[in-house]
Design a protein around this ligand. Sequence first.
Ligand SMILES: Cc1ncc(COP(=O)(O)O)c(C=O)c1O
Length: 402
Amino acid sequence: MDYKEVKELDEKYYFNTFGSRLPVSFEYGEGCTLYDSQGKKYTDFVAGIAVNTLGYNHPALVEAITSQSEKLLHCSNLFYIKAQAQLAKLLVENSCGDKVFLCNSGAEANEGAIKLARKYFYSKNLYKYEIITTLNSFHGRTMATLAATGQEKYQKPFEPLPTGFVHVPFNDIEAVENAISYKTCAVMVEPIQGEGGVIPATAEYMQALRKLCDDRGILLIFDEVQTGIGRTGKLFGYEQYGIEPDIFTLAKGLGGGIPIGAIVAKAFVASAMEPGDHGTTFGGNPLACTAALAVLSTILEEGILETVKDKGEYFTDQLIKLKNKFSFIKEVRGKGLMLGMELDEEVSGKEIVLDMLNRGFIINCAGNNTLRFVPPLIIQKDHIDDLVENLEKSFSRESYDA
Ligand SMILES: Cc1ncc(COP(=O)(O)O)c(C=O)c1O
C-alpha cells in the first residue's frame, strides 16, 4: 500500500485532527533511517518527536520487547510487577526523585503531577490548588493539561477549562513572584519549551524559581516529557541547572517508541498519594516497563549522554555557520540534541520541512517558525553534516535567498 492509499483510508476513517499530514508513510526503520513504502530513505531528525531515543531496530530494545512479549504483555496493578519495580528503582537511583508512578503518556504524567501537587496540600488541610505555568508552554491535550498549557489557540474551542491555572511570561521570575497567592500550590515549567519553539529556560530563572518555591513553601514541577531521557546531554534536563524539582514528569523518550509516562517525586510529596487516590489500567505494564528498562540501561551503560553533549555542540556550531550565511535565520538555540533554528516570518518553516522531506531528511517546525531538531540520540556526525549540507541547499533556493 503506498502513501496515497493510506491517505485515502485516513481521510475516510480517521478524525481529521492532524490536518494535512506530511506526504509519506513509513514501512520500517534502521538506526536513524526510515524507509517509505517506495523504498525511499529518510534520515530522521525528529525521532517521532523526541521519542525514538535509540533510533529504529536497536537490538537491545528489540530483544527486550520480543522476549517480554513471549512471556507477559499485561497484568493488572492488582499484582506486583517485576519490570515496574525495577524501572522505578532505576529511575530513582539515577535522579533526584524517591518514588515513581508509571502511566502511558506525557499528558497523563502531567495530569498526575497536578493531582499530586493538589493532594499534597489537601493532606495538610490547606486549600492550595492553583498552579502557575508559563505562556507559550505545552503540557498536553487532556482538559487539565490543556488548562495548564499557556497557548490560547489550543484552549479556546474547549472552554470552560478546569480552573486553577495562572499563566505568566516564561523566563520572568518577577512575573511568577507577582502571581503567587495564598491559593498557589506549585509552579510548573518545561526546562526547554519544546512545542513552543525550543526556548531554553535560563539558569538564573531556574535557580531563582527553586529559591522562590522554597521561600514561599510551594512545589516546583518540571515537565520533562520532552527534555528527559538524555535529550539535553544529561539524563534529565534539570541537571543542567544545578537544582532539583520536587516533582518531574517523563514520557516520549522513556520507552523509545513504546508508550509510557512517569511521575517522579521526592518522598515528602509522593507520600501524599494514598491508596485509591490515583490509578491506571495500562500504566506500568510489563511490556512498556521492559522497553523503558532497555532504553535507560542502554543510555546509562553505553556512554550515550557524553556523545549527546559532544554531538549537540557540533550540531549547534554547524547551525550557527548557517545562521552566519543566511540573514533570515533569527536564532539558533537549545541544548544537546534538542535544537531549534528560528526563521524570519518571510521564510516558511513548513515549506522548508517539505523541501527537506523531498531531499530525504525529516525535520519539523515548532512554534515561532522554528525548525526543530530532536533526532535519535544515536545520530552520528556524518548524519549532521548531510543534514546541514541539504539545509544549506534548501535555504539557497531562489525564493529563500538571503
Ligand atoms: C513538554 C510536553 N509535555 C507534555 C506533552 C504531552 O505529551 P503526550 O503527547 O505524550 O500526551 C508534550 C508533547 O509534545 C510535551 O512536549
